[in-house]
Design a protein around this ligand. Structure first.
Ligand code: ACO
Length: 318
């Protein structure tokens, strides 16, 4: 697949911060249970005037500016989300209109749940290869707070709202190494408008946990094999931030636990936003200032998974 270099990153968080103690006033839970079982301490929910769309626009605008580009430079727009404001137009089309991105380019949403950002990256590579162009804007964004059953303590404590965006430049010097897959089943389900009840996330947490700790190492090993690299040649590993225990388990299995980044304590599980959100925080913390090789892996509803080797060239924090 056509190689990509990440040259800009952005993120957006909504205004309302919700702590574990806040949730313990709504459902029978505690800060101790949530932080020990998941690593989550707080998350953000959209308030009035905020939605998947507003978060995605804000993160995308920032990523384009941080890449030193303008929206007219963008040749392809892919948005990954399971919580779009409308079935149609897509969030990507709304983003195009809001930023003033050109008309004669591919612009679309994809739904691969928490694997969506990396599925979107692979899709962007394919689009640039088939359709031409130099720069792709790939965004993951969610307003999961509107899909939660606030009576179900086993799911409502896990999720948060956010968006993360990346600008990629086509790079003919290296292939994009990805590992995409899916195991069609209903272990995670967002029951939608085909049913009489409002849409809510339902999840078999234990089954998803087992799926995750199996698929993360195997997917990352396949990506490294495709790239001809070993763990000692990788700078960082960024897993979808669903549960700190899942990440710790995989870090132990793969070795080099110091390379596994975590920021789930601050945001909870933000599905398609979680990988670019982690990359943004790493960049802000000065961990990504040079040319880095980052192994990334997402997994989630579908059940889908995606592993990828990301080549980063973000430069100094502006
Ligand atoms: N507060 C207090 N107690 C709770 C809570 C809560 N919030 N939630 C569940 N419990 C209770 C259960 O009722 C159960 O009680 P019991 O023993 O009396 O029956 C006990 O805690 C243990 O429950 P488990 O489900 O076994 O807890 P576990 O340690 O497995 O943690 C969790 C549950 C956090 C959901 C975990 O299974 C997990 O993280 N799974 C993976 C989820 C995931 O990765 N999702 C990613 C994809 S999401 C997407 O794509 C949209």
């Amino acid at each position: 697949m056509t190689g990509l270099k990440m040259i800009g990153i952005g993120r957006a968080l909504p205004g309302r911060c919700v702590t574990n103690d806040d949730l313990s006033k709504i459902v029978e839970t505690s800060d101790a249970w949530i932080s020990e079982r998941t690593g989550i301490r707080r998350r953000y929910y959209c308030g009035e005037g905020e939605s998947t769309n507003t978060l995605i626009v804000s993160a995308a605008r920032q990523a384009v500016a941080n890449a030193g580009l303008t929206p007219e430079d963008i040749d392809c727009v892919i948005v990954a989300t399971v919580s779009s404001d409308y079935a149609s137009p897509s969030v990507a089309c709304l983003l195009q209109a809001e930023l003033g991105i050109r008309e004669n380019i591919p612009v679309m949403d994809i739904n691969a749940a928490c694997a969506g950002f990396l599925y979107g990256t692979a899709t962007a590579s394919g689009m640039l290869q088939v359709y031409g162009g130099r720069y792709a804007l790939v965004v993951g964004g969610e307003q999961l707070s509107r899909l939660m059953d606030m009576n179900d303590r086993s799911t409502c404590v896990l999720f948060g709202d956010a968006a993360g965006a990346a600008v990629y430049e086509r790079d003919e010097t290296a292939d994009l190494c990805v590992d995409l897959g899916s195991r069609g089943n209903l272990e995670i389900e967002i029951q939608g408008c085909a049913r009489p009840e409002p849409s809510v996330i339902k999840m078999n947490g234990n089954a998803v946990f087992r799926f995750a700790v199996g698929v993360i190492p195997s997917s990352l090993n396949r990506v490294m094999a495709k790239a001809g690299l070993t763990m000692d040649q990788i700078d960082w590993v960024v897993c979808h931030q669903a549960n700190a225990r899942i990440i710790d388990h995989c870090a132990k299995k793969l070795g080099a636990p110091e390379k596994f980044y975590k920021n789930i304590d601050r945001y909870g599980n933000t599905s398609a936003a979680s990988i670019p959100l982690a990359l943004y925080d790493m960049w802000q913390e000065g961990l990504l200032q040079h040319e880095e090789k980052v192994l990334a892996v997402g997994f989630g509803g579908g059940l889908t998974w995606a592993g990828a080797l990301l080549n980063l060239s973000l430069g100094a924090v502006k």
